[in-house]
Ligand binder design. Structure first.
Ligand SMILES: *Cc1c(COP(=O)(O)O)cnc(C)c1O
Length: 410
């Protein structure tokens, strides 16, 4: 019998959203008439921008005749899309990125998860806590960690606690680390790292020969002018940082699938013999070997968000979600619940009243006011005592949810 990758056995059984679905289903069975409002899942609800729809219709027609038909495209993405990405997100912000430093993909979950493959398994990984579970789980699968301890931490991983006490800005690790995952704006806390905080991390990475894996999936939600949209706004980041971006939350592509990874040719790792190797070359090898490109039609749809109309349309949708965020944040404040985030991200991270465990608070919201959110503990040990609400719902549900919070007994 074939042997299995035993690292998978280290992963805890029940996935966060499966457990939420189970509890909601049980409640619904007992209360079939309950009108449940879901502010839990991190998926968008508004349709694609019309500019993308139009571009994709046209791209479908391209596929219908031999003259314009496209078969396999470049694995790294079409030049028409890469050019727009660079111009809009980098050149216009004074950042130099070359076309062969961009790798278009079918979304950034796969990129954030796959990137660790090009790194040695002996590397020490630092992960902010709480955070998007993909970074940790994929490193567990790769064998870069020990097993799960009773305190909820994986052995061998350096956790960087983020909580109200440190304003969700983690301290530098006391020990040496090689790979640092930062998610900014953060999912689940909805908070950001300031320019000076990011400078601190870039400085650390340069001094310690570490690599920063920077997930900027929510960059388009940043409203405060002094919060960097890209890690490359920080001097020296081009030598130490890889950046992940996605069209999912930016333009409603969660079901359409498109993202990209930026790896400047100046980012290096080393072999055991001390020789230096370009991570861009390694990722290019990996990408071209294991990935055959994002659909032409989808890349045309992604390109269209950079048109004048496309930009107006995505900004309008993001403003809609951010108005929901404001409503939730202020609504919670009005009933005396402390909440963070919701200014540069579609997530509101609230402190559970009286330090209630986050799964208990989940049950309380579900049973008392029929609202589904996400328990903070699902995002890491430091998420305990917190709870995530998202602003991806529609306006009516968001307003109704806030009314219900007024009746919550706390
Ligand atoms: C949604 C999300 C992504 C993007 O995922 P896609 O695979 O591009 O849909 C990446 N990182 C974080 C933190 C996210 O919340």
């Amino acid at each position: 019998m074939a042997l299995i990758n035993e690292n998978y056995l280290k992963l805890p059984g029940s996935y966060l959203f499966a457990e939420i679905a189970r509890r909601v289903a049980t409640f619904k069975e007992a209360h079939p008439k309950a009108d449940i409002i879901r502010l839990g899942i991190g998926d968008v609800t508004q349709p694609l921008p019309p500019a993308s729809i139009e571009a994709m219709h046209k791209a479908v027609d391209d596929m219908a005749s031999a003259e314009t038909f496209r078969g396999y495209g470049p694995e790294q993405g079409y030049a028409f899309l890469i050019g727009k990405i660079i111009d809009h997100n980098y050149t216009q912000r004074g950042i130099k990125i070359a076309p062969d430093e961009i790798f278009v993909s079918d979304g950034s979950k796969s990129d954030c998860g796959n990137i660790q493959e090009i790194f040695g398994t002996a590397n020490v990984v630092a992960i902010t806590d709480p955070v998007y579970p993909v970074y940790l789980d994929t490193n567990v699968m790769a064998g870069r960690t020990g097993s799960l301890q009773t305190d909820g931490h994986f052995a061998g991983v350096v956790y960087l606690p983020c909580n109200a006490e440190n304003d969700f800005a983690p301290s530098l690790p006391a020990e040496h680390v090689d790979m640092i995952y930062l998610c900014c704006p953060n999912n689940p806390t909805g908070t950001t790292l300031s320019r000076s905080e990011l400078e601190k991390w870039v400085h650390y990475a340069r001094e310690n020969d570490a690599v920063i894996l920077f997930d900027a999936a929510y960059a388009a939600y940043i409203t405060e002018p002094d919060v960097p949209r890209s890690i490359y706004e920080i001097d020296g980041a081009r030598d130490v940082a890889i950046e992940f971006r996605s069209f999912s939350k930016t333009a409603g592509f969660t079901g359409t699938r498109c993202g990209y990874t930026v790896i400047p040719k100046t980012v290096f790792g080393k072999a055991a013999d001390g020789s230096r190797h370009s991570l861009n070359a390694f990722w290019n090898r990996r990408h071209t070997t294991k990935f055959n490109g994002t659909a032409y039609i989808v890349q045309r749809g992604a390109e269209a968000i950079y048109s004048t109309a496309g930009q107006q349309q995505i900004k309008k949708t993001i403003a809609y979600y951010m108005e929901n965020a404001r409503i939730i944040r202020e609504g919670l404040g009005a009933v005396g619940i402390t909440a963070f985030g919701g200014i540069n991200a579609p997530y509101i991270w609230l402190k559970t009243p009286n330090g209630m465990p986050s799964w208990d608070f989940f049950d309380k919201l579900l049973t008392e006011i029929n609202i589904v959110g996400t328990p903070g503990a699902g995002f890491g040990p430091c998420g305990e005592g917190y709870f995530r609400l998202t602003s991806f719902g529609n306006r009516e549900d968001t307003l109704r949810a806030v009314e219900r919070f007024k009746t919550l007994k706390i």
